[in-house]
Design a protein around this ligand. Structure first.
Ligand SMILES: Nc1ncnc2c1ncn2[C@@H]1O[C@H](COP(=O)(O)OP(=O)(O)OP(=O)(O)O)[C@@H](O)[C@H]1O
Ligand SMILES: [Mg+2]
Length: 289
């Protein structure tokens, strides 16, 4: 199963002078069990795209199908079930945190499911430990008194505690130090490997996501500009630049080397792959590893 968008358009404030077409004619599929990166410059429609996937927004025209069910027809309880299945972590954690304690915030969705408190406590602890928040130290603290990075983790834990089949993350790395960002990407990979979670990761930097995402969807001014396997996308430099994005430093380096050795394959995503390709093309004598 998967999430599929068919000719989706989304226009904000449609009957007003402030009418904005945020997404235009988007057709694409989010395959199950993979990590898809949604990348684009500021204002390209990434948040709008994500909010369409869990029914927070409904298409102005076109259709979004989640596991074969069109979201536009869902109401009330069915819409809540959809949001349980497709968990969204907002771009800014303040939009998501509203309880008095970290525990209550993370437990909120589970309580709506009317689960026994013992089960809720176990899930809250599991989610907090997964994102690196010490349970005993922070459970009674107010989420509003935490640092920006800690708030982000509480918001993420609240969504993870619900064990969504699809996990949507809107710029999850923003405001995190490199180590925390590393940890976050580790959590994402863990969820995919152990729970077969399908992840959609929004970012405006390719640098942040190429090593993590299996596929990329690139948006530009509300249109689907290009999509494909991450590795193959690294070989499409001109198009990526035309989308208003930059290639990761590592890939720029490969393209620079390619100027003198055109046979260098640019479809690479990890440091190891780049080192192997340089060794293949330039010969082992240039390298001591
Ligand atoms: N509630 C709204 N009402 C009117 N226009 C909106 C609304 N939300 C977003 N827009 C417009 O829709 C377009 C896409 O916005 P969106 O937030 O999806 O972009 P984004 O790619 O997530 O940007 P960023 O990188 O800044 O988060 C922008 O032109 C924005 O101004
Ligand atoms: Mg956004």
């Amino acid at each position: 199963m998967s999430i599929h968008l068919e000719e989706v358009c989304l226009t904000y404030q449609i009957d007003t002078p402030f009418k904005t077409e945020a997404l235009h004619n988007i057709t694409c599929t989010i395959p199950e069990g993979e990590i898809t990166g949604v990348i684009g410059p500021t204002g390209s429609g990434k948040t709008t795209f994500l909010q369409l996937l869990n029914g927070l927004l409904k298409p102005t025209s076109g259709q979004v199908w989640v596991d074969g069910v069109p979201t536009s027809r869902l109401k009330g309880k069915d819409l809540i079930l959809l949001r349980n299945k497709v968990g969204l972590v907002f771009q800014s954690p303040e939009e998501q945190l509203f309880e008095h304690t970290v525990y209550d915030d993370i437990a909120f969705g589970l309580r709506n499911r009317r689960l026994p408190e013992k089960e809720i406590a176990a899930s809250v602890r599991w989610a907090m430990e997964l994102v690196g928040l010490p349970y005993d130290e922070l459970k009674h603290r107010s989420p509003h008194e935490l640092s920006g990075g800690q708030k982000r983790r509480v918001a993420l834990a609240g969504t993870l505690a619900m064990r969504p089949k699809y996990l949507l993350l809107d710029e999850p790395g923003a405001g995190l130090d490199p180590q925390s960002r590393h940890r976050l990407l580790g959590v994402i990979r863990y969820l995919v490997r152990h729970y077969n979670t399908t992840v959609v990761l929004v970012s405006h930097h390719l640098e942040d996501v190429t090593a993590t995402c299996d596929r990329l969807v690139i948006l530009n001014r509300g249109r689907l500009f290009m999509e494909g396997r991450t590795r193959e996308m690294m070989a499409r430099r001109e198009e990526i630049l035309a989308a208003g994005l930059e290639l990761p430093f590592l890939n720029e380096l490969v393209w620079k080397l390619k100027e003198c050795r055109p046979e260098l394959d640019p479809a690479l995503i990890t440091l190891e792959e780049v080192a192997d390709e340089i060794e293949r093309v330039f010969g082992a004598k240039y390298f001591t590893r």
